[in-house]
Design a protein around this ligand. Structure first.
Ligand code: ARG
Length: 270
């Protein structure tokens, strides 16, 4: 059974602007926030996942985005080093909570920015790592050493797709769906070389955060607004669960950003 970490949106809101989606003038509707988050929670719980909840903290409105807590592989947890001071306060809460769950906390050097599973996703045996807007490319080598796996660093070039999980989603069958324009030419080439059967997401669907999906075996939980992608995924035998995510997209996040795998992988294979 997959175990996941979510954080209730009690203190969620648009209180600062650290990505192009956020505007303090465009507040999230508190009632709809609760509804959308509960629907995500219910959907994941029904898919036979064990959902853990970390207590939310006042004045840390983005703590709901647990994909940025860190990266969990086996019993190791590597906490994020957030680029923006607005989110740095989340780190001790996530690290302490994971330690209490029995994870071995492995710290990255403080000077290396890294934003967790939001920028680090396994596709097959390879850990794809995004960099530039949030994570530093130098953090990837440190992570590879800590967990003993092959990492492939891919540069993100579109500020709207500032984390890897906003534009790339590996599938358990070895394929992936992605928004190619979010990567530079080298990154595109690296992904094409390592991933067979890529599904390209159209720009109008990518901006609905369609790549920001949680995959639980044959089930895909993704934001509404990507009919073409959903058809392609269904043709490949996946069952799609499309959820309204409007209030979280206002902060630049959706289903996957709101979820961290505990662990993402049992063990890394070198
Ligand atoms: N407002 C948050 C930020 O800018 C959103 C994080 C989205 N998380 C993600 N894994 N893409 O940091």
């Amino acid at each position: 059974m997959r175990e996941l970490l979510l954080c209730p949106p009690d203190y969620y809101g648009i209180e600062y602007e650290i990505n192009p989606w956020m505007s303090v003038a465009r507040a999230a509707d508190a009632r709809i926030v609760q509804e959308q988050w509960k629907q995500l929670h219910a959907t994941l719980s029904k898919l036979d996942c064990k959902v853990h909840l970390i207590p939310p903290q006042p004045r840390l409105p983005d703590m709901v985005f647990t994909a940025n807590a860190g990266l969990t592989v086996g019993r190791k947890f590597i906490p994020s080093n957030f680029r923006h001071k607005e989110r740095a306060g989340e780190q001790p809460f996530f690290a302490k909570w994971m330690e209490q769950q029995g994870y071995e906390v492995n710290w990255l050097p403080e000077k290396l920015f890294f934003e967790g599973e939001g920028d680090a996703l396994f596709g097959g045996e390879v850990l794809f790592c995004g960099y530039k807007f949030r994570s530093d490319i130098q953090s990837h080598r440190a992570i590879a050493e800590m967990i003993g796996c092959l990492t492939i660093s891919v540069e993100l070039v579109d500020p709207r797709f500032y984390h890897l999980d906003t534009c790339f989603c590996p599938l358990p069958d070895g394929g992936a769906f992605w928004f190619p324009d979010a990567f530079d030419e080298y990154g595109q080439r690296a992904i094409r070389e390592h991933v067979t059967d890529l599904i390209d997401v159209a720009p109008e669907e990518a901006r609905h955060f369609s790549c920001n999906a949680v995959i639980i075996e044959k089930h895909i939980v993704l934001p509404q607004g990507a009919p073409q992608l959903v058809t392609k995924l269904q043709e490949r035998g996946y069952r799609c669960h499309e959820l309204p995510m409007t209030e979280f997209i206002k902060a630049g996040g959706a289903c996957k950003c709101l979820t961290m795998f505990m662990p993402q992988r049992e063990e890394a294979v070198t």
